[in-house]
Design a protein around this ligand. Structure first.
Ligand SMILES: Nc1ncnc2c1ncn2[C@@H]1O[C@H](COP(=O)(O)OS(=O)(=O)O)[C@@H](OP(=O)(O)O)[C@H]1O
Ligand SMILES: Nc1ncnc2c1ncn2[C@@H]1O[C@H](COP(=O)(O)OP(=O)(O)O)[C@@H](O)[C@H]1O
Length: 197
């Protein structure tokens, strides 16, 4: 830590930013296996919120692993650093008053716990996209499971790298029991009931 860095107080507060947006900033933290449906559901939630006139931003592999985190791979250490940076970034988005959606596997309980501590419990909504491993292998939207099973990808989640399920997620989505529309509705309703929107 650099003790010579002094934080400058801002005139415009989070509250003021949220007030003109007519919403409360928060992070919708999606977690689940590759192919479970994180991106699909997060995209549709963002689309619905946008149509309703709310201010959102979706963080996913496209804008993070190709940019800010392009130096990171898939070892346990790199995944932890990936999640830590995403949590710090999300915290800034929340301070800007934005409804932030993150779609990362985030396979380790300790890393999600750390993300919750960085962002703050009140602003962290954990959404478990619960799709059985066999179904993800069947869907295989990017052909990665096939590759991993041929031994062409090391440390692949669910095959030779673990996925630790959330014990008590804020929202639990079982994609074999509900369709995309129902899942999206459930998440939007949560935001309404809890006065985020
Ligand atoms: N080894 C390995 N394990 C898992 N996933 C892999 C791997 N290599 C590449 N990919 C692709 O990268 C996406 C996962 O990146 P994440 O940043 O979400 O992973 S993590 O949260 O740091 O664990 C993941 O995307 P999603 O399918 O959207 O989850 C994969 O497409
Ligand atoms: N109920 C459902 N919820 C979410 N995705 C579903 C569902 N049923 C089927 N799918 C399909 O599963 C795939 C999930 O892929 P994707 O969203 O990229 O997953 P992830 O981001 O977790 O890797 C998509 O092809 C999607 O159409």
């Amino acid at each position: 830590m650099n003790h010579n860095i002094i934080i400058h107080p801002h005139k415009v507060s989070r509250k003021k930013r949220e007030k003109i947006k007519n919403q409360r900033g928060c992070v919708l933290w999606f977690t689940g296996l590759s192919g479970s449906g994180k991106s699909t559901i997060a995209n549709e939630v963002e689309n619905q919120l946008n149509k309703l006139g709310f201010h959102t931003y979706l963080l996913d592999g496209d804008n993070i692993r190709h940019g800010l985190n392009k130096d990171l791979g898939f070892s346990e250490k790199d995944r932890s650093e990936n999640i830590r940076r995403i949590a710090e970034l999300s915290k800034l988005f929340v301070d800007a008053g934005i409804i932030t959606l993150t779609a990362f596997i985030s396979p380790f309980i300790k890393d999600r716990q750390k993300a919750k501590e960085i962002i703050g419990e009140r602003d962290f909504i954990e959404i478990f996209i619960d799709t059985p491993f066999a179904e993800c292998v069947k869907r295989d939207p990017k052909g990665l499971y096939k590759k991993a099973m041929r031994g062409e990808i090391k440390n692949f989640t669910g095959i030779n790298s673990p996925y630790e399920k959330p014990v008590n997620p804020t929202i639990h989505i079982k994609t074999l029991e509900e369709n995309i529309e129902e899942s999206v509705k459930k998440i939007i309703n949560y935001l309404k009931i809890n006065n985020y929107i």
